[in-house]
Design a protein around this ligand. Sequence first.
Ligand SMILES: *Cc1c(COP(=O)(O)O)cnc(C)c1O
Length: 387
Amino acid sequence: MIRRPIYLDCHATTPVDERVLAAMLPYFTEHFGNPASVGHPYGWEAEAAVRQARETLAQAINAQPEEIVFTSGATEANNLAIKGIAEAYCQQGQHIITVQTEHKAILDPCNYLEKLGFQVTYLPVDSDGLLDLNLLEKAFRPETILVSVMAANNEIGVLQPIAQIGGICREHQVLFHTDAAQAIGKIPLDVEAMKIDLMSLTAHKVYGPKGIGALYVRRKPKVQVAPQLHGGGQERGMRSGTLYPPQIVGFAKAVEIALAEQAEETTRLTLLRQQLWRKLSQIDGIYLNGHSTQRLPGNLNISLEGVDGAALLLGLQPVMAISSGSACSSAKIAPSHVLLAIGRSEQLAYSSVRFGIGRWQTTAEIDEAAERASATIHSLRRQTVLH
Ligand SMILES: *Cc1c(COP(=O)(O)O)cnc(C)c1O
């Protein structure tokens, strides 16, 4: 049997933890009710499970259960936040501030709003991928209604200073949204301490199922979000559609496990990342993308001089499952907008590899990945010289 490649693409998605799956299973067949069915025990069981999950998730971010709006994932949560705020507050102003290195699920809704007449400032980042808070300060206008800055970057793993950004937004009395799809369960998140008004979450980057996420929406003081899906009025009218108890239960279980194991997992994944970088950094013309320490524990993103990006991926993919740039933009042949934003040349942005180390990775696998990657890079460079 051909061995499957080592999975090193945990920013694209993660496998479902067995403990999460076990928690989900009864809600497919046994407790299959619709949480909105108030007239019989099938509905009550499902409603109780959803209520419990909502409490767990709220606690995980220091919020109240009524502030959690379930969605199909972070893409939908981001769309609901950006378009929902724009629609609800357009009388007060039509200016939004965000950052060039955001996920497409932020940038595209912002582009869409620009077509409708909104103005959007896309702030640059420094060569480490960090936002300059002085630039943020200067970007506010009287008509600014929202600031959206991601907590952890999906390509280069960089962690933005969310608490400081939240403080600045609060001083300017402007709503603050953060896309925490990569951050939930991996770094501490506290909507009170960090002064976050809206936060997008997803389960499948943290060993939960795909197709479920949430938008945290502050209630005190109340943040208005215009619904983008109309129908049965679920989720206090903000997101209609029958709730999906197995996914919701799995989401909460995944976050609960991640929080319980966060300290230990952070240490272990940081060591594995350092092990990988120690080996790879010996290669000539290799660059680390993103801040060296202020990043997700399991993230390593590198660029290589003098290596063709497509050939590099082809060479590595039989051995390891990795992405070039972000999974979303790698379907198109375009250099990563994140790598261009941190000042990499087009060539270095093309010849990049994102390693996403996950919960079950072993030191032996990391050693093997590092060795195979160096061998592939050396052989590609030899071929280029021969041609
Ligand atoms: C994965 C991801 C998304 C999209 O989340 P889905 O739940 O897959 O829709 C949004 N933002 C970031 C930063 C991500 O990493």
